[in-house]
Design a protein around this ligand. Sequence first.
Ligand code: V55
Ligand code: FE
Length: 486
Amino acid sequence: MALKFPDTPDFTGPLYAPSRFEGVVRDLEVMGTVPAELNGRFVQVSPDPIYPPMLGDDIFFNGDGAVTSFHFSGGHVDIQRRYVETERLTRQRAARRSLHGLYRNPFTDDPSVKGLNRSTANTNIVPFNGMLLALKEDSLPYAMNPATLDTIGEWDFGGQIGNAPFTAHPKFDPENGNLLAIGYEARGLATRDIVYYEFSADGKKLHEIWIEAPYASSVHDFAVTPNYVIIPVPPLTSDRDRMEKGGRHFEWQADLEFQYGVMRRDGDGSDIRWFTGPGCFQAHVLNAYEEDNAVHIDMPSADGNVFFFFPEADGSAPAPETLHFHLARWTFDLQSNSNIAVHTNLLDLPCEFPRCDPRVSGLPYRHAVMLGCDMSLYAMDRLGPPPWQFFNMLAHFDVATGKYEAWSGGDAECFQEPTFVPRSPDAPEGDGFVLALLNHLETRTTELVILEALDLAKGPIARVKLPFRLRMSLHGNWLPEATQAA
Ligand code: V55
Ligand code: FE
């Protein structure tokens, strides 16, 4: 029987051809020196389809979650890769084929998986209370063992929450390690309901707030400051009727404004205020903080729909190379009666996958690490147009001075999301290391590069060579040794 992935951009080439393997390699090759301070695990997750798509083609966001874990100890690095054993994957393995249809459209699934958990657990993986939580924003988390990557199972916090979807971008309160999360479409497909939760570091639910967004849309990320929760609602809407007719989960609606909900973190949601800004595209939050009677949120922003696979109703989407990106700050003045989100352009350069020092999450901050893109450094003549989500710069941005410093991995290379690791628990903000996967497009190989966050231009202090290529991934995190389960 033939088993073949499609010859489409989402399944071919040096960045998107599926990797699909699981395994362990001890003592990876290292060029340079892995800093002795790095003891722990760098864990990240990639959508990596295990079977060809049931409907002939599919989007990157619909692949099965494959977790890659780099274990650092005493300058040595081991790697382990395993799939999250979701219900979806278990069913596929038994049938030896894909059983799910369109991205987040259960009406297009094979009848044999009707009503089962659809999570791919493919978007982010975070440490929590001795476990890893593998996250997809349409479902509850899947818990995994951080040391073995064994899947423990769907995680509803020991029955403390219902079955509502759980964000792939939870936050940690740097004050106490509390886990802060939202779920959207929280009362069913395409509902406007959003739930906010706060859990203690040892797993007890401390607070729960329910609100309704102005419209049902993709709330991919959010922010929490000491007193406020900020919920960005983009003009990327969902519609149950469309799904029932076999259509897409999300559709870009160019006529809508961007909405930002701001509510007290200790309240019941009745105080929520909706601020509006121009209908731009924003997915990820760099950071947010309070200043006097205002709240700021900093987000990479584009002037049109980046997700061309969720086009407008007429099927249109701008060509990716025509979009203009910048780092936006949106300010919400809580004293004023105005509901306008006030815009500041922090950095007029393309950027995505932004990270701050986790110790200043929700607090005034200075240092940002992110990916950038400089097409003039890319060998277009040799390689042709770049793959989607092509970022060839690893960048540090000083929010206080506006200084931007970046390292290019080469003219045929691109990065996956960077992670910042503080040099030590009490090192100054921003003082530490940046870890990022670097894909070599021409040789189809992958390295993990390690740089000094405050001297990126110097290039890697260590390159960890992988004896295989890793597919493009989404998000990951650093787990210091001390936080790990026995
Ligand atoms: C994103 C990714 C997703 C998803 C929704 O990067 C939004 C944004 C990997 O899946 O389901
Ligand atoms: Fe994301």
